[in-house]
Design a protein around this ligand. Structure first.
Ligand code: XMP
Length: 309
């Protein structure tokens, strides 16, 4: 166990957390490592909260609940899917989406903090989050929801003990702690940044189905070490003409994004076998009939980012 790094995180929490705190836990690697470290630092002084934004993947809520239980973490799950959907109504600009999502999260956390009598908010922010959100005098590439989306006035004091770590450090820690290491990174704003354009209930339902197929197919075909570093589907605001049976269709377009990386700062698009891609595309259009076109993203980071928004 790289107990030095873990000890450092635990010590930082002990030093910065001078009262009760709530922890924003998405169930991803960063916030899960933080939840375990917080339990070590302060057994009952921290409440981990998973917010079901409605923009999470199929089965995510259940999976996170099992993680909390398995690691004996003090937790609460809140369903705010209707609130996120109504706050995002009509918004198409990606940065605007991220700000609205950040503010909605913070309002929920402030309410929950009041309930738990907490003064602190613990977040699993890591270096790429704040670097790409315009830290260190860089240009803002995108406002990661747990950084750039924070309103200027916030009633909670932030504790971010992992700010200087990179994804590969956190993955290593996660392995040492016995967490599920097959988890791929998932962005805080969730499926919202994978629906280009306005978010609607219908598009969320569609994207959840396609996402599940992409994950199933890749995980079924490739052993963990051979899988791309991150893989998902994106729904585009483009409808095109197609043919289903012998009838004209006018359907949705989805893009497949799969990237190989070590720290999310740079990456190359994953080279799949053509046969695999053919099977994947056929399965998507057969099972989600409102999709009649599947395209593949073949751009590296840079010049693209990993997520489309
Ligand atoms: P980008 O799209 O910036 O993504 O190349 C780099 C990595 O970060 C994830 N990502 C986020 N994670 N909050 C997060 O916690 C966010 O707002 C956010 N945006 C992107 C992305 O999935 C990729 O792994």
């Amino acid at each position: 166990m790289n107990s030095k790094l873990l000890n450092e995180i635990v010590e930082k929490i002990k030093k910065d957390l001078k009262g009760k705190g709530i922890l924003a836990c998405s169930g991803g690697t960063d916030s899960s490592v933080l939840a375990v470290a917080s339990k070590m630092a302060s057994r009952d002084g921290v409440l981990s909260i998973f917010v079901d934004t409605g923009l999470v993947r199929e089965g995510e809520r259940k999976r996170v609940e099992s993680f909390f239980k398995e690691f004996g973490i003090n937790f609460k799950i809140v369903d705010e899917s209707e609130l996120f959907l109504s706050n995002l109504k009509g918004i198409t600009d990606p940065e605007q989406k991220r700000k609205v999502i950040g503010e909605t999260f913070i309002k929920i956390f402030e309410r929950e903090a009041l309930d738990f009598k907490a003064e602190y908010l613990l977040q699993g922010t890591i270096a790429p989050d704040w670097i790409e959100s315009g830290g260190k005098n860089r240009d803002t590439i995108k406002s990661h929801h747990n950084v750039g989306g924070l309103p200027e006035k916030m009633n909670l004091k932030l504790v971010e003990p992992m700010r200087d770590l990179y994804k590969d450090d956190v993955r290593e820690l996660s392995k040492e702690l016995g967490l599920d290491t097959s988890l791929q990174p998932f962005p805080g704003p969730g499926l919202a940044v994978r629906i280009v354009g306005e978010i609607t209930k219908e598009k969320i339902v569609l994207l959840k189905k396609v996402t599940k197929i992409v994950e199933d197919e890749i995980e079924g075909a490739l052993e963990p070490a051979k899988r791309p570093w991150q893989y998902f589907a994106v729904i585009l605001p483009v409808k095109t003409t197609g043919v289903h049976g012998d009838k004209r269709s006018y359907g949705n377009t989805v893009a497949i994004r799969a990237i190989d990386s070590t720290d999310a700062m740079t990456g190359t698009f994953h080279r799949f076998d053509w046969e695999f891609l053919e099977d994947l595309s056929t399965r998507i259009t057969n099972e989600v009939t409102s999709v009649n076109r599947v395209v593949l993203d073949i751009t590296d980071k840079p010049p693209s980012t990993i997520e489309w928004e």
